[in-house]
Design a protein. Structure first.
Length: 374
């Protein structure tokens, strides 16, 4: 049975919708609803419906309002399949059929039986579908799934230590203090462990015309990373470099991306990768921004600038950062990918790992890779 903890935000928002519709539900009712869903399957609309009706509806006359909000929230008539995709992707990647009986099981009145069951689309196939081949509706569903990715940033062990329950280094001072507190009796051996800190994570995104099919989704992923960790910086470049970290510091993802788009003046224009990376190294990298950090460059490698400038910038950047990753949407699922553009051939010797950014699965692979870069 899947854990319902990641689903708590969806449940709380559903309670807010009920409150906005006029139902008398409070914080205690929301906690009871979440507790009722703990032993149940959050991806099953049957469990969702009856758990909510049993804990959130107090009067019989409130049932029609509850049914209406439930349909609108979990099964939007305009696009029910995409919403189910989002809900199902929270906790499982298996294909499933989500069914729910009529909202009035006793068959009271002459109203037709309301069927709220919908078949969820194949989440796995949608995640493996390239962004460039997706319809606007599929892209919207993928962005809602992407917004729920829990990104774990890379970490590193520092030279400083702190008290720990176990380890390899004994804490003599604390051990002696505990022994004195016990009037000289032998105390339990105390330990110290290395302190762990977050590594800086820097995204440098290509938003030129050749990356138009992918830049919006890469920016969405960078926004999710920025919300998950404190040490995250986001830059965009076309013909020049623009820092958009502060523009992404808002709760509403659409508003954040709109603010970022207003700050970038060369959106879907030309590409000068070498000059942009050189500006990053001179203005930000040498100041310590990427020292010990992981730099992720997202670009197809189509460069109109001087190859020597790109080579020099990549060499300096690789020396400043801990790991240098490059995401190229043209790589796709090809494990034998070889750079074909001049920009990629110049940058390839300085790249630690080449990844793809053409679909949702590649984004999840990057999210799973980051914690291992310690």
């Amino acid at each position: 049975m899947p854990d319902s903890a990641p689903f708590t935000g969806v449940l709380v928002n559903f309670v807010r919708e009920l409150r906005a519709a006029g139902l008398a539900v409070g914080t205690g009712d929301a906690e009871t609803f979440c507790a009722a869903m703990t032993p149940l399957d959050p991806t099953d609309l049957v469990d969702l419906y009856w758990a909510g009706r049993a804990t959130l509806v107090r009067r019989r006359e409130s049932i029609p309002d509850y049914d209406e909000v439930f349909r609108r929230y979990f099964l939007d008539a305009a696009d029910p399949v995409s919403e189910l995709l989002t809900l199902k992707a929270l906790l499982t990647e298996d294909e499933a059929v989500l069914n729910i009986p009529a909202t009035d099981p006793a068959g009271e009145g002459d109203e037709e039986e309301a069927v709220l069951g919908w078949m969820a689309s194949d989440v796995e196939s949608l995640k493996r579908k390239a962004f460039a081949a997706c319809t606007p509706e599929e892209l919207a569903a993928l962005r809602r799934i992407m917004a729920r990715i829990r990104l774990t940033p890379p970490r590193r062990r520092t030279r400083r230590s702190l008290p720990a329950r176990s380890g390899r280094t004994p804490d003599l001072r604390r051990t002696l203090r505990e022994s004195m507190r016990m009037h000289g009796e032998p105390a339990e051996l105390c330990w110290r462990a290395r302190k762990v800190r977050l590594r800086p994570l820097i995204f440098i995104l290509d938003i030129s015309g050749s990356m138009a099919d992918y830049s919006r989704n890469l920016l969405q992923f960078a926004y999710c990373a920025n919300r998950a960790a404190a040490k995250v910086e986001v830059f965009c470049f076309g013909t020049r470099l623009t820092r958009i970290t502060k523009a992404l510091e808002t709760r509403n993802p659409d508003a954040a991306l709109q603010r970022a788009a207003r700050e970038v003046f060369d959106w879907e224009g030309g590409t000068r990768i070498g000059e942009s990376l050189d500006a990053f190294v001179r203005d930000w990298g040498r100041r310590g921004l990427c020292r010990g950090g992981v730099v992720v460059i997202c670009s197809d490698g189509l460069d109109r600038g001087d190859p020597d400038v790109l080579s020099t910038a990549m060499e300096r950047l690789s020396r400043l950062c801990y790991r240098l990753l490059w995401m190229n949407p043209h790589k796709g699922d090809d494990q034998q990918f070889r750079p074909s553009t001049l920009g990629m051939m110049v940058a390839a010797p300085h790249i630690d790992l080449m990844l793809s950014g053409h679909d949702m699965r590649s984004m999840e692979e990057l999210a799973a890779l980051l914690p291992t870069l310690s």
